[in-house]
Design a protein around this ligand. Structure first.
Ligand code: LRH
Ligand code: MN
Length: 435
């Protein structure tokens, strides 16, 4: 039986010592920012409360070193088992107090005893967010191949195999108190003529209707669209339009998940967020960043202004439907050259920064300029919020929730990764693949 009474990997002392060193300056900067915001009619404490209440889920598959088809460079002390990944998630939660849930992926995260897993995670202050199915790879011993699709495969038995897997993911998720299933499909084609677009989508809807019927009453199913890869000519659920049509057809428990990296370059993702919210179909996010394709880079590391604009739409949507609007916030990144724990903590900070800036937008003034057709001042109203250095608010939020003002600083000083390198098997460099 695994030890479920977890001793925090990083001692509270280490956090307190670092915070004690940084607190005075953070408090001074916060007071100064509070004055500035008060002059703009903004109550900094109200903004702080929203930031302290914010949380985002961590993807289990993001804790190991990621890779591309050209190679993967595992780090010493990286996790080899789900339990080691949960240990690393606990460090991120301990230092940020903003990641209390882990999103699992099956069959990658299958274990013998889900009660043991749940107990182990709970002992470290962690629960589980949406579970992810996987019919984009063939597993050892799998009867029918997904080479030519899964839920949309021309062969009914292969579709049934994929349906059964999704229903199994729901069963596992229920044991872990998850409340949603995320379905991303690689199904598509590489040649014009290879696939009948309409019949493929009809098969998708038929299969998903069975998965939908398997959802418990309080569950949701998130459909994740993606423009391309692994299919390079057409993808069955290739954009938000197809996704929302399917979500509307399937029913109220079906919603759309926006992975920021799943769009063509320069697509206006914030407008997609507004559209999905307007029609009650925004189920959740996979936050990351990208410059070209589905690069799965750290959130906010390439285009922090876009992340801010996405949160502008989220804050707006919440103000329109304060009780019903409940998207699931999750990260989905691949850490090829950084320590995954550090990248995930930095990404949490970038997302908190985008949210905080969006909370500073003077929406009354903005609406005035919008309705008055004053584009320059409307944009300037947004930029005033974006150009505000909100880091003092993030630091005080962390201090007040018992997190580290400087999570990466405390993590590095702790020597956590080196400690793990001494006890964990270090995998050799491998061919490729994201996990
Ligand atoms: C597909 C995706 C999906 C996951 C996978 C790991 O690109 O974003 O969300 O299943 O990455
Ligand atoms: Mn994703």
């Amino acid at each position: 039986m695994r030890n479920t009474v977890a001793t925090p990997a990083i001692t509270p002392d280490q956090i307190d010592t670092s915070n004690a060193r940084l607190e005075a300056e953070a408090v001074r900067d916060y007071a100064h920012l509070g004055e500035q915001l008060a002059r703009r009619g903004i109550d900094v404490e109200a903004v702080l409360a929203e930031v302290m209440a914010f949380s985002v889920a961590v993807p289990s598959w993001g804790l190991g070193t990621g890779g591309t088809r050209f190679g993967r460079y595992p780090i010493a002390g990286g996790p080899n088992t789900l339990f080691e990944k949960i240990e690393d998630c606990a460090v991120i939660q301990q230092l940020t107090q903003a990641t209390p849930r882990v999103s699992l992926h099956f069959p990658w995260d299958k274990v013998k005893d889900y009660d043991e897993l749940k107990g182990f995670a709970a002992a470290q202050g962690l629960g589980f967010d949406a579970v992810n199915s996987n019919t984009f790879q063939d597993q050892a011993g799998q009867g029918l191949s997904y080479k030519f699709g899964s839920l949309t495969h021309a062969d009914a038995a292969t579709r049934q195999q994929a349906i059964d897997h999704n229903l199994e993911c729901i069963e596992i998720g229920q044991k872990l108190d998850a409340k949603a299933l995320t379905v991303w499909l690689g199904d598509g084609s590489n040649f014009a003529g290879q696939s009948d677009f309409t019949r493929a989508l009809e098969r998708y809807l038929d299969s998903m209707a069975v998965v939908y019927a398997g959802l418990p009453d309080d569950w949701r199913v998130f459909m994740e669209h993606k423009l391309y890869e692994p299919a390079f000519y057409s993808t069955v659920i290739q954009d938000w339009g197809t996704s929302i049509l399917c979500a509307q057809k399937l029913g109220p428990k079906a919603q759309c998940l926006v992975d920021l990296g799943h769009h063509a370059p320069n697509v206006n993702i914030e407008m997609i967020v507004a559209r999905l919210s307007q029609f009650g179909k925004l189920g959740g996010f996979h936050f990351n960043d990208s410059k070209y394709g589905d690069d799965d880079l750290d959130a906010g590391s390439v285009n922090p202004f876009q992340l801010f604009l996405v949160f502008n739409e989220l804050v707006e949507a919440k103000s329109r439907d304060p009780h019903g609007f409940d998207p699931a916030y999750m990260l989905d990144q691949s850490h090829n050259i950084t320590d995954p724990i550090e990248s995930l903590m930095m990404s949490v900070g970038s997302i908190e920064q985008a949210l905080t800036r969006a909370l500073l937008i003077d929406r009354v003034t903005l609406r005035g300029y919008q309705d008055g057709n004053d584009p320059l001042m409307a944009h300037a109203t947004l930029k005033e919020a974006y150009d505000t250095d909100v880091r003092p608010i993030l630091k005080i939020a962390r201090l007040r929730v018992g997190a580290a003002i400087d999570p990466v600083g405390v993590y590095r000083a702790s020597g956590y990764r080196a400690q793990k390198a001494a006890i964990r098997i270090t995998q050799g460099a491998t061919g490729g693949g994201i996990v």
